[in-house]
Design a protein around this ligand. Structure first.
Ligand SMILES: Nc1ncnc2c1ncn2[C@@H]1O[C@H](COP(=O)(O)OP(=O)(O)OP(=O)(O)O)[C@@H](O)[C@H]1O
Ligand SMILES: O=P(O)(O)OC[C@H]1O[C@](O)(CO)[C@@H](O)[C@@H]1O
Ligand SMILES: [Mg+2]
Length: 547
């Protein structure tokens, strides 16, 4: 951080309190909209963010709602319908007459409630970025019978998709009395190329016990204008969009177009990805279920490997750009000798390489298990195989099968060493771990996500993604979840724990270790993760949890 910015970050900003437009009695001053250009003057912290990715904000064509407070407090607020529609009526939240909620001491979120993004602080550190806390507001901007909601699921499957769908429908019905909810079939293109299906609590009663999505999903087909035309023509005024990083980018574009047209339509994003590659939120729903399911594949590989001479079990798990599933499945299993992820380059031959490690480990134990994320080693594949450079319908790079490649490379290596027999078993459960229903804890998580999204939309918020930030659900502006991807930080304590549990090589070349020592970033440092990673979101939040 630039020292001049750092010092000015402590400048006491004018006392702003959050304005909660859903509580019209709120005496708070209205939040001021800042364009990216004025951000620098509004608050130094915001200036840093703007300067770091001003192009993103500029292309956002949106005003950022940055509300500075005292001691470096910054609220990165989400849009609200009243930002661009004046004289909107408000209505008492029907929850106050709901017998199930009447027992709750204070069932409405306080107008000042915000959630801190950083919770590891020092006595003089700036309070930093905060997000508006999710939950029911005293006033809502939709009358029950006026709500025409729709739900769409996009991108790859993930355990819990049906649970989120179910809980949006049941939550709208049971908490707000909303009866008109449409399912959009087949992802974004379903808005303009497929029929819709009416959804009721009866129709969705037991879908949470099934994997996949009853609405179907797809990649590609995002046509902002056609989608918003469909929303407008059908009189839809609440859109719940469940999907990963690509979907949330699509949701941001839909929100922008709705705002441009001045439509009273709340757009709520619910983040979904088996890869856990969405930043800011603690983790994606379905991730724990996927890690649990991956244990079965790893266990099978371990049983096969330890039952034969010099057995090697290879398991390929999902993780296109982020290796979280492979990392957590490895840490949970304790039977894995080597975990390879996209974030940590490795090499096969020579000193410190994978083959040298395998020969040593097989001599020591007589068997070993390797877990590899499907996105790992792609650069090595490209060197040895004609790289495809093909993309899927959404523009995501299509991966070459690293599991088959590395299995063949290992077989070839040991075949060249006549004196050492090796028996390799390859297991590829990739799609199995995402097509299953969510487990108990993910089912509860999906319920909270759905309820947070409903409360936000009913209170007139829009253009937001919902999710837990340090364990508390918050409304996060789209630009924060689409500006980067959540990745494993291999200089973090969690990765160091993995290295120390598998005792695998760091795969840093001698030169890199030497340079690391010179820059004080040595293997020893890597192992205890003292130098911390640069992904402030994941490192801070995750390191916090580890203590
Ligand atoms: N930059 C973008 N702008 C608009 N729409 C997008 C963008 N990127 C992706 N989409 C659309 O979002 C939908 C889902 O995107 P994608 O296939 O990348 O999956 P995802 O949402 O990232 O989920 P996952 O990563 O879990 O598979 C697709 O219909 C795609 O057309
Ligand atoms: O669903 P598809 O198109 O086969 O894509 C598979 C990809 O989707 C994901 O499951 C989620 O992005 C990745 O882990 C995986 O690489
Ligand atoms: Mg994605």
């Amino acid at each position: 951080m630039d020292s001049s910015i750092a010092s000015s970050a402590y400048v006491s900003a004018p006392k702003f309190r959050c304005f909660d437009p859903s509580n019209s009695s709120s005496p708070m001053s209205r939040t001021r909209n800042f364009s990216a250009s004025s951000l620098a003057s509004a608050n130094p912290t915001g200036a840093m963010r703007a300067s770091r990715s001003s192009t993103d904000f500029a292309t956002e064509k949106d005003q950022l709602k940055i509300v500075p407070g005292v001691a470096g407090y910054v609220l990165e607020d989400v849009p609200h319908l009243t930002d661009y529609i004046s004289d909107l009526s408000t209505y008492p939240n029907p929850l106050q007459d709901n017998p199930s909620y009447s027992v709750v001491k204070q069932y409405f979120v306080n107008v000042d409630d915000t959630v801190a993004q950083k919770i590891v602080v020092h006595k003089s550190s700036p309070r930093g970025t905060h997000f508006r806390r999710a939950g029911p507001r005293q006033k809502v901007y939709f009358e029950t019978d006026d709500v025409h909601a729709c739900i769409v699921t996009c991108g790859g499957l993930c355990p819990g998709l049906n649970t989120v769908i179910r809980e949006i429908i049941c939550g709208l019905n049971h908490m707000y009395g909303v009866k008109q909810v449409l399912g959009i079939e087949g992802g974004y293109r379903g808005f303009y190329a497929r029929n819709t299906i009416p959804l009721t609590p009866k129709v969705v009663n037991d879908i949470h016990k099934r994997g996949g999505t009853i609405l179907g999903t797809s990649r590609g087909g995002h046509d902002t204008s056609k989608i918003v035309d469909s929303i407008q023509d059908r009189g839809i005024n609440q859109v719940y969009i469940i999907g990963g990083d690509g979907t949330q980018r699509g949701a941001a574009a839909i929100y922008e177009e709705i705002k441009r047209r001045g439509l009273k339509v709340a757009v709520a994003g619910i983040p979904k990805t088996i890869d856990n590659d969405i930043p800011v939120i603690d983790k994606s729903f379905g991730f724990d279920t996927a890690v649990e399911e991956a244990q079965r594949a790893i266990n099978a590989a371990h049983v096969e490997a330890e039952s034969v001479e010099n057995g090697v079990g290879v398991v390929k798990l999902m993780g296109r750009y982020s290796g979280f599933i492979a990392m957590y499945a490895t840490l949970a299993s304790r039977d894995v000798d080597c975990c390879l992820i996209p974030e940590s380059p490795f090499y096969l031959e020579g000193e410190g390489g994978l083959f040298e490690f395998m020969e040593r480990r097989l001599k020591e134990n007589g068997h070993m298990v390797i877990v590899i994320a499907e996105g790992a080693g792609q650069e090595l594949l490209s060197e040895s195989m004609r790289s495809m450079d093909k993309q899927d319908a959404s523009g995501n790079k299509l991966l070459q099968d690293v599991g088959l490649w590395i299995s063949q490379k290992i077989r070839d290596h040991f075949a060249s060493k006549q004196r050492m027999v090796m028996n390799l078993k390859y297991i590829d459960p990739t799609y199995m771990i995402r097509a299953i229903p969510s487990n108990a804890s993910d089912n509860v998580y999906c319920t909270l996500l759905a309820h947070s999204a409903i409360h936000g939309a009913m209170a007139g918020y829009t253009g937001f993604t919902v999710g837990p930030v340090n364990g508390r659900h918050a409304y996060i502006p789209f630009y924060r979840v689409i500006e980067t991807q959540n990745k494993v930080v291999i200089t973090d304590r969690m990765w160091a724990r993995l290295l120390s549990s598998t005792n695998q090589p760091s795969f840093l070349s001698a030169q890199e270790i030497k340079e690391g020592k010179r820059s004080g970033d040595s293997t020893a440092t890597l192992l205890d993760g003292d130098n911390g990673g640069d992904s402030e979101v994941y490192t801070e939040a995750q390191a916090e949890k580890e203590g």
